[in-house]
Write a protein that binds this ligand. Structure first.
Ligand SMILES: Nc1ncnc2c1ncn2[C@@H]1O[C@H](COP(=O)(O)OP(=O)(O)OP(=O)(O)O)[C@@H](O)[C@H]1O
Ligand SMILES: [Mg+2]
Length: 305
């Protein structure tokens, strides 16, 4: 790019910089990003830019696939019911090692390489995420149609969040990175869906954006067709996709987006964390690159970033 081109690019970002300076973004990183050093470094570089221009960034991550991998290497059986993992006593131990140990540390190291002052936390720190152990639930197997009562073990549902510690860190210029473990009753540690934690923290922090970075380019009209990206969704389309069309991990993401929108977060985004510069493209250009989901259908994506 020529010098002039670079200056033009910088100028085109000025309205966004003005709008976003001092605001909070909550980013959730999917497991495939944490497993891919190139993608992780790319995201860390982009977070560095957001941080440098005065955006208060909070990162949330899980890592269910990596926990299952380590469990199987240790010979610990991982039970899943209708695509959802059961967290036994032993797999909870593995989740602690993998989420708060390896993955959080690798993320912090990538942030450090990008000169971002990251601070690693879990939802257990300072009462950040309080959860309740999920009661037995009746689950229908999507393949066989069989119904059965399932105890998901040490899986928690978020009851409340207390972002006081995050506010202190953000005020001090740090970038908190929270893994998806929560505190339960009597000192229990619970495994909680990271998309949900991100949504609840976004609401509590009055974030202007919840951005879910995943392995697809965004929300697809047809999960089997990567080219069927939906770039803009209003509330009714979101409800439609929740009813049909979004399964498994994407269903959890859309539920999290709905929770954030209901709680006052104006814009939620599902974007690729694997493609170069996707985060900056989504935040600093009108076209974006992933899926923007917002409440108000009257506002076209061109109206505001
Ligand atoms: N309509 C859809 N559009 C896009 N992806 C879909 C859709 N329906 C189902 N999916 C699946 O959802 C997956 C994304 O959720 P998944 O939970 O696997 O990733 P993640 O949340 O980013 O990672 P992690 O759970 O490790 O944090 C996609 O890879 C795809 O297989
Ligand atoms: Mg997921």
């Amino acid at each position: 790019m020529t010098g002039n081109g670079r200056v033009r690019g910088l100028r085109s970002a000025v309205p966004y910089l003005r709008l976003f300076k001092g605001t909070t973004f909550v980013l959730k990183l999917g497991g495939e990003i944490l497993a891919n050093p190139h993608a992780l470094d790319g995201v860390a570089d982009q977070v560095s830019l957001l941080h440098q221009v005065g955006i208060r960034v909070v990162i949330v991550h899980g890592g269910g696939h990596q926990a299952s991998d380590l469990a199987s290497r240790l010979g610990i059986p991982v039970e899943t019911v209708a695509g959802r993992r059961v967290t036994s006593d032993e797999t909870l131990e593995v989740a602690k090692m993998v989420f708060a140990g390896k993955l959080n540390t690798d993320l912090l190291a990538a942030l450090r390489r990008a000169h971002v002052p990251g601070v690693g936390l879990s939802g257990v720190d300072a009462g950040l995420v309080h959860a309740r152990r999920r009661p037995r639930v009746e689950v229908t197997d999507p393949d066989s149609g069989d119904r059965r009562d399932v105890d998901f073990g040490w899986v928690g549902d978020v009851e409340s969040v207390n972002p006081r510690l995050l506010v202190h860190l953000l005020d001090g210029g740090f970038v908190p990175a929270v893994c998806s473990l929560a505190g339960g009753e009597d000192g229990a540690v619970l495994n909680v869906n990271a998309d949900t934690i991100a949504a609840r923290l976004a609401v509590a922090l009055k974030a202007v954006k919840l951005i879910l970075l995943t392995s697809t380019d965004g929300v697809l009209a047809d999960a089997a067709k990567p080219a069927s990206l939906i770039s803009h969704m209003d509330r009714s389309r979101l409800e439609e996709l929740l009813a049909h069309g979004a399964r498994g991990g994407m269903h959890a993401k859309l539920m999290a987006c709905r929770e954030a929108l209901d709680g006052g977060v104006p814009r939620t985004h599902v974007i690729s964390g694997l493609r170069d510069d996707s985060l900056l493209t989504e935040v600093f250009t009108n076209e974006g690159c992933g899926t923007l989901i917002e409440n108000d259908p009257a506002r076209a994506p061109e109206d505001a970033p």
